[in-house]
Each structure stands twice: as structure tokens, then as C-alpha cells.
Design a protein around this ligand. Sequence first.
Ligand code: UD1
Length: 348
Amino acid sequence: MKKVITVIGARPQFVKSGPLSKALRKHFQEIIVHSGQHYDANLSENILRDIGSPKPDYFLKTIGSTHGAQTASILRATEEVFIKESPDAVIVFGDTNTTLAASIAAVKLGIKLVHVEAGLRSFNKAMPEEINRIATDRISDFLFAPTPIAMKHLTDEGLKDKSYLTGDIMVDSVKSVSGQITKDILNAWQLEENKYYLLTMHRPYNVDNKENLLRILADLATLPYPIVFPIHPRTKKVLAGTDISPNIKLIEPQGYVNFTGLLKYSHKMITDSGGVQKEAYIQKKPCITLRTETEWVGTIDAGWNLLLPPENGDLSEAITAFNPSGSHPDLFGVDVADKMVQILLDSL
Ligand code: UD1
């Protein structure tokens, strides 16, 4: 049986790894390495538990408060594991510093590299994620593209021969927890179905400047329904000790079942995350994206996602006026994990 190492480390990767591990383990020996980039239980353990991910075989300790130091620390630690385990392939997800670090470690050891969620581009190099994606795609041996648009980016960059249109693994992630969602989640925060907004915000350009963050929140607080805001540690640090409007309910980051439930029963999703835009689309929820650009342009073209750069102001007016309905084409495919595993079985 061939051996693969799956490297995870930050919340969006935990969500994606569960369904893939399940499919992989039917045919491969899988070793899971957790880089330690996200270490809080709320961001890590609780998500892994909900998504049914096996316990990581290695939990590394990431140190470093800058991108360079964090990436270097993960590179060094993953390299040690790869040398010890000598896998046939390393699988990485998405665009975090964990993705880039493990990718460099793997290819320098001559290990085949598989990139899940390849070909995404925001065309904004000020985002650390954009650098991570471009670099990882360039050095990978297998590029699993979630959408035809991602495939096109890879083709345009001369990477077509290594690329496969698999669909998006998050379709499997949402499906895997949908049976566990109940309306009990509404009682926990005294919410009414379809009468609250769900908000997530953690991008450095929205949250690192406190004045800017408070201006965005003050605008959102004028929306007609309450806002439920599971707050990321990065955002929490900036807001520490500051009073914000009672119309915004700050709650801890949620596990995957709770979060998917909160999204399901919400009126609209407001976010600056990448993955959440897809989860909203998959669940047929209007999504407002507080950014100037998005990697998930298909959701915009389909009419279910509104790009709303926060610096433009008048956020609540635009959010209230955004009411998509009607056609909702399938953008992300089905049974994606099985397709990925089949490609690896045929080619490794
Ligand atoms: C990272 C990813 C981003 C992803 C996000 C999801 C990169 C470049 N960015 O951003 O793509 O959307 O995760 O959450 O990899 N912290 C804690 N507890 C934790 C984790 C982090 O307190 O469990 C603190 C860190 O110490 C740091 C801050 O939160 O001060 C940011 O963490 P970091 O992992 O650097 O980046 P994210 O903003 O989470």
C-alpha cells in the first residue's frame, strides 16, 4: 500500500481534510501532519472532530510571529517528518503558510506534491495567500482544480499537463455534516430563523487597523437584524477591551456543525473569508464579501455573491438591497474526494 502524508495546519484545511482522509484510507496508508499554525481548540480540535478527521499522527510546534518565520518553522519541522516517513506523496490544501512551507519541504526531497484547491487567483499580491497559491501551484506534481475558472488559470500559466478538474472538496465537507444540523443552534443564541446575519472577518486589511475595523462594524450594526459574529483570534486581539454595538453578538469561533447550521438558518452571510463564500453558495445563501476581489468569481457571476469593498462605506444599504434569487447552477461538482483518490490511484 502506498503511503501519503496529508499536511494540515489552519482552520480551512481541517474542513477540507476530513472527507479526503476518509476516501484516501480505503486505498492508501495516510499519515496526518498538523503543522500547529492554528492551535486553539476552537480553530483546530473542534473542527477536526466535527468533520470526522482522524487524529493527527504528528502535531508540530510552529513558532514565529512574521510570515517568514512561521513559514520557515513549518518548513523545517515538516521536512524532518518527511525524511523519517519517506512517503510516496505529500498532499497540501489551499493557500496558507502551512501549504507553502510543506510544499517546499516535499519537492526539495523529491517527493510528489499534490495541491488540493489549485489554480485560484485573486490577482492581488498584497494577500499572503496569493503568493502561497502561485508558488505551490508552480512546484506541484498534481494540481486539483475546483472549478473550470481555476483550470483556466492553470492553463494560462502553462500548468495544464499536471492539472485535473476535480470539483471542490468542500462540497463533500458540507454534505458530511448536513445530517447533524438542527434548529437547536438558534436557541443557543436566541435567534430567529432567517432573521440574523452571520459575519466572519479576519483578513489583515479589514481587521488589523482598529479604526478601520470599528468603522466597518459600526456600519454593519445599522442592519435591520442582529449579527452573529464568531470572532477569529486575530480580530479578537484588535478588539480587546472595546465596546461594540449590542446588535453584534460576538461569539467564539464555532465547530463545523454549528457554523454550517448558523449559515443554513441565517438571512445572509457577510464575510471576508474565501471558503465561506463557497459554503454560502453550496447552501444557497446570499453572500456579501467584504473585499475588493475574490478567487470565487463563479459565485459572483451566478449572482449569489456581492463584492463589497469596505472602504466604499454604506455597507448596510448595499447588503439590504442585495436579494439574489432564481438560477443557481452547480459550480463545485459532487463526490470530489473519490475523484481525487482515483487520480492518485491511477498515477502514483
Ligand atoms: C490564516 C491563513 C488564512 C486563513 C486563516 C483562517 C495564512 C497566511 N493565513 O490566517 O489564509 O484564512 O488562517 O483562519 O496562512 N492565533 C491564535 N490562535 C490560533 C491561531 C492563531 O491566537 O489558534 C493568532 C496568532 O497567534 C496570530 C493571529 O491569530 O496572532 C493570526 O494567526 P495566523 O495563523 O498567522 O494567520 P490567520 O490570520 O489565522
